[in-house]
Design a binder for this molecule. Structure first.
Ligand SMILES: O=C(O)/C=C/C(=O)CC(=O)CC(=O)O
Ligand SMILES: [Ca+2]
Ligand SMILES: [Mg+2]
Length: 415
C-alpha cells in the first residue's frame, strides 16, 4: 500500500503506520490531535472540520489523546482505517484538493510535539531476563543473580506519572542522598551515576473497574498502542534507597516518552513468538499465540552540542521474557483498576550480547569499563550536556513502522 504523501523506505511514518500524537504550530498554537505521515502531520481537527471524518472535530481539538481513546477500540480502528483510505495514492478526494491539503497538512519540521496523553498512572516492569541478571550480578550476588520470584512474577513497581515528559524536554541532573562506598553516612549532592534505561511503554486504552481483573485472553484489547520510553535512573541514589521498597527518587525525577503513539494494529504484522517460559507460569499468566514484537531498538549518545551522536546500544524488543499482556493480567489480578492513558513501562530492554545492553550501568559494568567515544572522551555515566536519543522500528518489506525518537539532554544540577 502507498500514500500520495511520500515516505522513503527508511521513513518511520509510511501509510502502514499512522501513529497518533498531539501537536501545535506557530500559526495555530492550540494543541490538537494529528497523525504522522511521511514528513507531514495530518491535522485531524481540520480534517474532521472538513467533513472527511465521521467524528466531531471536538474530540481532536484536545490537548491529549484521552478523549479520542475513550471512544473505544472500534473507533480507534475505524478512524485509522478511514485515514488510511484518505491517504491512499489512488484516492483523489484529498490528493487532488490543494485547498484542503493546505488546511490539513503541516510539515513535521514546523510542528511542536506535545506529551500526547494525560497519564493518570505510570508503572514500570522489569521483564528482560538479561537485564535482571546483569543488575542482580552487579548490585547483589552474581551466583544468584536472578531473584527466586523473577521467573514466576512479572516484577514491577509503581512509578511516578507527574514527571513523565515528552521527547526533547531538557532535564536537570537530580540531587539526592548518596552513600559513597567508603563512607559510613550518606551525603546530599548531585547524582554522579546518571543513567538511561531503554524501554518501550504501552498505553491503556480500555480501563478496567476496581475489583475486576483483566483476563489474559482479553488483555490485548485494553492496549491502545506503544511508545519509546527512557526511564532515567540515578544509580547512586538508587543503590542507597532501594531496600526494601524499590526505587523512589532515583527514578521519579523524570521519564521521557516519544510523542507518537504507534497503534497495536500497526504493530500486528510484526508479531513473533516470545521466549519460551520455564517454569510454566501460573494459569492466570498463561497465554497462547505470538505475543512478542520484532522491534529493532537503538540508543545514541551525543556528548555535547558539537559532537556527533554515536550509537552505543543495539537490541530488539522480541527478547523480552514477560509480555505486555502478561504484565497487564498480573497488574490487575489483585483487582487493581487501570485508567485511560496509564503508561506501563516494559522494563529495560537488554539482549544477550554486551552491545545489546539497554543501560550504561550494564554497558560499562557499573563504570568499570567506560565507553570510548569518537570525540576522544570516555563515559561511565551521563555527563552534563550529553543528549541521549533512542529510536526503534519494525522492518517490513520495503517499509518501516517506526516510533520516531525519544531524546533528552541533561543539564547541570540545581546545586
Ligand atoms: O535490580 C535492581 O535492583 C534494579 C533494577 C532497575 O533499576 C531496573 C528497573 O527500573 C526496572 C527495569 O527497567 O527493568
Ligand atoms: Ca526501568
Ligand atoms: Mg523514570
Amino acid at each position: 500500500m502507498k500514500s500520495f504523501v511520500p515516505a522513503p523506505p527508511e521513513s518511520h511514518f509510511p501509510i502502514q503506520n499512522l501513529p497518533f500524537g498531539v501537536f501545535s504550530t506557530a500559526a495555530n498554537p492550540a494543541p490538537r490531535v494529528g497523525v504522522a505521515i511521511g514528513d507531514q502531520v495530518l491535522d485531524l481537527a481540520a480534517l474532521a472540520e472538513s467533513g472527511l471524518l465521521t467524528l466531531s472535530r471536538e474530540v481532536f481539538r484536545q490537548p491529549t489523546l484521552n478523549a479520542f481513546i475513550a471512544l473505544g477500540r472500534q473507533t480507534w480502528r475505524s478512524t485509522r482505517a478511514s485515514i488510511s483510505e484518505l491517504l491512499r495514492h489512488d484516492n483523489l478526494q484529498l490528493r487532488d484538493n490543494q485547498a484542503l491539503r493546505d488546511k490539513v497538512f503541516v510539515a513535521q519540521e514546523q510542528a511542536t510535539l506535545h506529551l500526547p496523553l494525560e497519564i493518570p498512572g505510570y508503572t514500570d516492569f522489569y521483564s528482560s531476563k538479561e537485564h535482571a541478571t546483569n543488575v542482580g550480578s552487579m548490585f547483589r550476588d552474581p551466583a544468584n543473580a536472578l531473584l527466586p520470584n523473577w521467573l514466576h512474577i512479572p516484577i514491577g513497581y509503581n512509578g511516578r506519572a507527574s514527571s513523565v515528559v515528552v521527547s526533547g524536554t531538557p532535564l536537570q541532573r537530580p540531587m539526592g542522598q548518596l552513600k559513597l562506598p567508603d563512607a559510613d553516612a550518606p551525603v546530599f549532592g548531585a547524582c554522579r551515576k546518571l543513567d538511561f534505561e531503554l524501554e518501550t511503554g504501552f498505553i491503556i486504552g480500555q480501563p478496567n473497574a476496581l475489583g475486576e481483573p483483566i483476563d489474559i485472553a482479553n488483555a490485548e484489547q485494553h492496549i491502545f498502542g506503544m511508545v519509546l520510553l527512557n526511564d532515567w535512573s540515578a544509580r547512586d541514589l538508587q543503590q542507597w534507597e532501594y531496600v526494601p521498597l524499590g526505587p523512589f527518587n532515583s527514578k521519579s525525577f523524570a521519564t521521557s516518552i516519544s510523542p507518537w503513539v504507534v497503534t497495536m494494529d500497526a504493530l500486528e504484522p510484526f508479531r513473533v513468538d516470545s521466549p519460551a517460559q520455564q517454569p510454566q507460569p501460573l494459569p492466570y499468566l498463561q497465554q497462547s499465540g505470538k505475543n512478542g514484537y520484532d522491534i529493532t531498538l537503538e540508543v545514541a549518545l551525543q556528548p555535547g552540542a558539537v559532537a556527533q551522536p554515536q550509537t552505543i546500544c543495539r537490541t530488539n524488543f522480541k527478547a523480552m521474557y514477560w509480555t505486555m499482556v502478561q504484565q497487564l493480567a498480573h497488574h490487575t489480578v489483585s483487582g487493581c483498576n487501570t485508567r485511560i492513558g496509564d503508561l506501563m513501562g516494559s522494563g529495560t530492554i537488554s539482549g544477550s550480547t554486551p552491545e545489546a545492553y539497554g543501560s550504561l550501568l550494564e554497558l560499562t559494568w557499573n563504570g568499570k569499563n567506560p565507553l570510548s567515544l569518537a570525540d576522544g572522551s570516555q563515559r561511565s555515566f551521563i555527563q552534563d550536556g550529553d543528549e541521549v536519543a533512542m529510536t526503534g522500528w519494525c522492518q517490513g518489506d520495503g517499509y518501516r513502522v517506526g516510533f520516531g525518537v525519544v531524546s533528552g539532554k541533561i543539564l547541570p544540577a540545581r546545586g
